[in-house]
Design a protein around this ligand. Structure first.
Ligand code: GUN
Length: 286
């Protein structure tokens, strides 16, 4: 990625740039933002961490975003979630120019994913380029998961996929991406009856709930691929995923750890999304 960024910067006379906005001092957000800033530096992407106080009003935050929307030198804007309770996340996400929405959370980007098929039908997924071009920004975590799936070498066409969780950030876009890769997809959630039986149908099981060790060995079909998106802090201070890793690791053919699995892939895809926003803006496709 560094070489790609360096050669584009030399060719176009401008380096891709990303602004990450953090409101308040939530410790988990601070770690996530730090990881994003480090990755940008590693990739030679120009980056800025805009740290704003908890007391900021929604209007003031929108004014910061508006200024960044209007700045032609900025390619990507990310507002770290969650936001303080007095700020409406939906309002903030909508206030980001969709061209600069490197998270892919803006309704224009989400709608583009849901309403369209990818522009190329002959795309060969690789870990570096896991999704075909939809002409819009795709959320980083589901994109990172497709990259992990590509790394397993498993053919997705015709597979049964179960996605647990229906958030607009992970569950829903994940389901659509897998559908477009010809999987038969079930979205399970907190009201799903007999969750273990539904999970056992899965060749590809993706847990994105945030409930530590929800997925026990009774939920995993032998040989299944298990991807753990959840990350929760336990009372003893350690981190846990949604999957009981120790119990499931010998049943699954591939299992992603927490921490260290999906998280780093999400950050990598954020860098790729920043580069893609830069390229689309340079090409005047928006
Ligand atoms: N908080 C947790 N995950 C994410 C993410 O992918 N993007 C943003 N903006 N905030 C998050």
């Amino acid at each position: 990625m560094q070489q790609q960024v360096d050669s584009m910067a030399a060719e176009y006379g401008r380096t891709p740039s990303l602004v990450v906005i953090q409101v308040g001092n939530d410790p988990a957000s601070t770690i996530y933002v730090r990881n994003k800033m480090r990755a940008a530096e590693f990739c030679h992407i120009r980056s800025q961490h805009l740290s704003l106080p908890d007391s900021i009003t929604e209007q003031e935050l929108c004014a910061h975003i508006s200024r960044l929307n209007d700045n032609n030198d900025i390619d990507g804007i990310l507002v770290q979630l969650p936001l303080p309770a007095h700020i409406n996340e939906d309002t903030i996400i909508r206030s980001i120019n969709a061209e600069k929405d490197v998270d892919g959370f803006h309704p224009d980007n989400a709608a583009c994913l849901w309403l369209h098929q990818p522009l190329q039908t002959n795309h060969k997924a690789s870990i570096y380029d896991p999704v075909p071009d939809y002409g819009c920004t795709i959320a980083c975590t589901p994109k990172g998961i497709l990259s992990m799936l590509a790394s397993t070498g498993v053919e997705l066409d015709g597979k049964r996929a179960v996605v647990i969780g229906r958030s607009p950030i992970v569950g829903k876009p994940m389901a659509k991406l897998l559908l477009d890769r010809q999987c038969t997809v079930t979205i399970a959630h907190s009201h799903t009856a007999d969750l273990p039986a539904v999970c056992r149908e899965a060749d590809i099981l993706i847990a994105a709930v945030g409930k530590p060790k929800l997925i026990t060995k009774d939920c995993v079909k032998p040989g299944a691929i298990v991807i753990d998106v959840g990350i929760s802090r336990l009372p003893d201070g350690t981190l846990s995923g949604d999957v009981d890793f120790e119990a499931c690791k010998d049943i699954a053919s591939f299992i992603s750890p927490v921490p260290g699995g999906v998280g780093p892939m999400t950050v990598t895809m954020l860098m790729q999304n920043t580069i893609d926003c830069y390229k689309r803006r340079l090409n005047g496709k928006h």
